[in-house]
Design a protein around this ligand. Structure first.
Ligand code: NAD
Length: 351
């Protein structure tokens, strides 16, 4: 099996590459532009493996994409490259439009050109997995879950750009027959998560005795999934998902942001005791504009049709994650020094 993974130097992409290269033994080409969010150190575990290659390239570069796909000749393309941080999309949407929308269009076209030249058997077996987010569905009230039939209603420039890319991917299936499958997943957490995101930011600030910023009152609810459970789901969807279909991915682990932050404090207080609980560091900050109240995924289709189950609960996954950050300072320290709070969208406005 030959697989191209775009965005493979990112958080979820690197977990997927580790899974495909080390667990499955597939031949993998990672394509990544190494933006601020891309980190080759996240691929240390596959460095030197004969079944892994890395190409630094931008998905918006149509010649580079055609060349990469044409020469590697993949059975699958798994597309994760994206601008992914909601706060950054609010202060500067242009990169999100360019990479998430234009980049996805360029990649779909390059894939279509290659796919058109395959023989009938290879054409039928080929898959283009477009990896997306549950944020395309907008916000839920206190009840209900996002299903694959929930209408799109994105709130942020990030989720709007991802929604547009989902529509492009589905149109390339309906119009041209390209065997596209789309996955929409809830919030991920785990090792190699860029230090600007809520969970790693909380772990690292708590370790350093810094304020733990929480938007609004911390009431916003997210449905958390351990990143390695997501990587297994993506492999399964690419292998057995039906072209033209969407699969929702989620861990049935709804938590209020404030409870996530408190849980991290209590895990850290046990692993690295301090005189006072780190909960005292929690600082409520001005809410993000357009902040969705609640996301929650109904993953029944993935569970019943493809037999996927999350292996981690939130409690087991968060403890693994905290331990990983404690043991892997070599990975996060340089990133933290480079980006420390500068573009976290919080502007130091601690209330
Ligand atoms: P990330 O920001 O950690 O990684 C994105 C990667 O894409 C980086 O390595 C970056 O260098 C690369 N990239 C960015 N622009 C590029 C370009 N123009 N050309 C080539 N490479 C480029 O993101 P992530 O959290 O790993 O998310 C991966 C995918 O999964 C995204 O499509 C995201 O929308 C989706 N997703 C993320 C989550 C989550 O909780 N993180 C949940 C659901 C879906």
């Amino acid at each position: 099996m030959r697989v191209i993974v775009t965005g493979g130097a990112g958080f979820i992409g690197s977990a997927l590459v580790r899974h495909l290269v080390l667990e499955k033994g597939y031949d993998v080409l990672t394509v990544d532009a190494l933006t601020y969010a891309g980190c080759k150190q996240s691929l240390t575990a596959v460095e030197g493996k004969t079944n892994h290659r890395f190409l630094k390239a931008d998905i918006r570069d149509s010649a580079a994409m055609a060349e990469a796909i044409g020469s590697f000749r993949p059975d699958r393309i798994m597309h994760l490259a994206a601008e992914s941080h909601v706060d950054r999309s609010i202060t500067g949407a242009a990169d999100f439009i360019q990479t998430n929308m234009v980049g996805t269009f360029v990649l779909l076209e390059a894939a279509r050109g290659y796919w058109n030249g395959l023989d009938a058997q290879a054409k039928a077996a080929f898959r283009f997995l477009h990896v997306s987010t549950d944020e395309v569905y907008g916000s839920l009230g206190a009840d209900g879950l996002f299903t694959e039939n929930t209408p799109y209603d994105p709130s942020s420039p990030y989720s709007a750009s991802k929604a547009a890319s989902d529509h492009l991917a589905k149109a390339w299936h309906r119009t041209y027959g390209l065997p596209v499958v789309v996955s929409n997943c809830s919030n991920n957490y785990g090792p190699y998560h860029f230090p600007e995101k809520l969970i790693p930011l909380t772990i690292l600030n708590a370790l350093e005795g810094k304020a733990l910023p929480v938007y609004g009152k911390g009431d916003n609810v997210r449905d958390w999934l351990y990143v390695e459970d997501h990587a297994r789901a993506l492999d399964l969807i690419a292998e057995r998902g039906r072209p033209g279909e969407t699969y929702n991915v989620g861990g049935r682990n709804e938590r209020r942001n404030i409870d996530v932050v408190r849980r991290i404090c209590s895990v850290l207080d046990v692993l690295v005791p301090t005189e006072q609980s780190r909960e005292g560091l929690i600082a409520f900050v001005t809410d993000r504009p357009g902040h969705d109240a609640r996301y929650a995924i109904d993953a029944t289709k993935l569970e019943t049709e493809l037999g996927w189950r999350a292996q981690e609960t939130f409690d087991t996954g968060i403890e693994k994650t905290v331990r990983w950050y404690l043991d892997n300072m070599w990975w996060w320290q340089p990133l933290r020094e480079r980006y420390d709070g500068k573009r976290l969208g919080l502007d130091g406005k601690v209330e």
